[in-house]
Design a binder for this molecule. Structure first.
Ligand SMILES: Nc1ncnc2c1ncn2[C@@H]1O[C@H](COP(=O)(O)OP(=O)(O)OP(=O)(O)O)[C@@H](O)[C@H]1O
Length: 319
């Protein structure tokens, strides 16, 4: 990969927090490169270390060891210049209540030293559905509207790298669509996107490549399509109102009336169906489908992944 400069390079990043119970290792030896122009997903269960990794990238926290480069710039040694290349949309709603929407964008623009930015500010307001709230005070906005402003603030200096930490947590369908259309457009124009989300459907639809973190370690790193292809078996899915026999209940993912049962092969499917028939479980809308990203995620987190899912951690090759 000589001459190849990643947008973001995590190099052996570890982070240990001092806690009353002693040191706690939130990240251990995270190494991965995100190529320029990639739409990259960082996934993991609560507490896996996603926000810690992004805080280190944004220069808000220090790695205990290892380093992070943004377009070749060290986030510690070249903090201001590295930070300018990043647009970070935080998870939490933090805002200044004294300004209106447009003023807050102008202030943020000034912070990054960008002048004569009104045209881009107008485009942000329109693209994020904020145009008619431009003069509203930040205090008056609903939670979803505040989140739109946070996205606009993060993008006001046109950063080449956009970092979104769970941007759609608790936001409505309309904002999600507005947001993703806009971010996808910026990605097509060449902006690199790093996304953390718990919405695996979004990650599957948007991300070209995905890293999965578990307890501070990279446990899968591959293109989204390769992760899906490499996932083993299929899923038997149906609806029912009747309780499953205990042996199947242990295997099943149940969401309301919908039951999903992983099956390695045809014999597995047959034995599941036989057990259901024996227990007189009436099935509706029965289907057999390929695993989706949620299935892959659960397989990886359960440690049942095939070695080709886990063996790639650290290679960091963009597609
Ligand atoms: N300042 C801190 N001091 C001690 N432990 C911390 C600190 N910050 C984070 N942690 C711990 O580090 C681990 C990783 O936290 P982090 O917020 O990075 O996870 P996450 O993957 O972003 O989770 P979520 O999906 O819930 O946002 C957690 O166990 C958390 O409790």
């Amino acid at each position: 990969m000589a001459g190849f400069m990643p947008a973001v390079s995590f190099q052996g990043v570890s982070k240990t927090f001092a806690t009353p119970k002693g040191p706690f290792q939130a990240l251990s030896q995270v190494s991965l490169d995100i190529g320029q122009g990639e739409f990259f997903g960082l996934l993991g269960p609560n507490g896996a270390g996603k926000t810690t990794l992004i805080s280190i990238l944004a220069g808000l926290a220090r790695a205990s060891s290892g380093r992070v480069l943004v377009q070749g710039l060290d986030v510690q040694a070249d903090f201001a210049e590295a930070r300018r290349r990043l647009g970070v949309v935080p998870q939490e709603l933090v805002f200044d209540p004294f300004f209106n929407v447009r003023e807050s964008l102008r202030i943020q623009s000034g912070y990054f030293g960008v002048k004569n930015n009104e045209a881009w500010i107008d485009e942000l307001l329109v693209s994020l559905g904020l145009a008619d709230r431009a003069d509203a005070n930040m205090r008056q906005l609903s939670g979803g509207m505040k989140r739109r402003v946070l996205v606009a603030q993060a993008l006001v200096h046109k950063p080449p790298i956009i970092v979104l930490d769970e941007p759609t947590a608790g936001v409505d369908v309309e904002l999600r669509q507005t947001l993703w259309q806009f971010i996808a457009r910026l990605n097509r124009q060449g902006h690199t996107v790093l996304l953390t989300t718990h919405y695996l459907e979004e990650a599957e639809a948007l991300c070209g490549r995905i890293a999965m973190l578990k307890a501070g370690q990279v446990v899968a790193l591959d293109s989204t399509s390769q992760l899906l292809t490499a996932a083993s078996g299929s899923m038997l899915q149906f609806k029912t109102d009747i309780a499953l026999p205990p042996a199947l209940a242990r295997l099943a993912r149940v969401t309301g009336r919908v039951v999903q049962l992983p099956a390695q092969d045809a014999a597995d499917i047959e034995s599941h169906l036989a057990a259901l028939r024996l227990a007189e479980v009436a099935l509706q809308d029965l289907e057999i489908r390929r695993p989706d990203l949620e299935d892959v995620f659960l397989q990886v987190m359960a440690g049942h992944s095939r070695s080709n899912l886990t063996g790639l951690a650290g290679t960091g090759a963009p597609q």
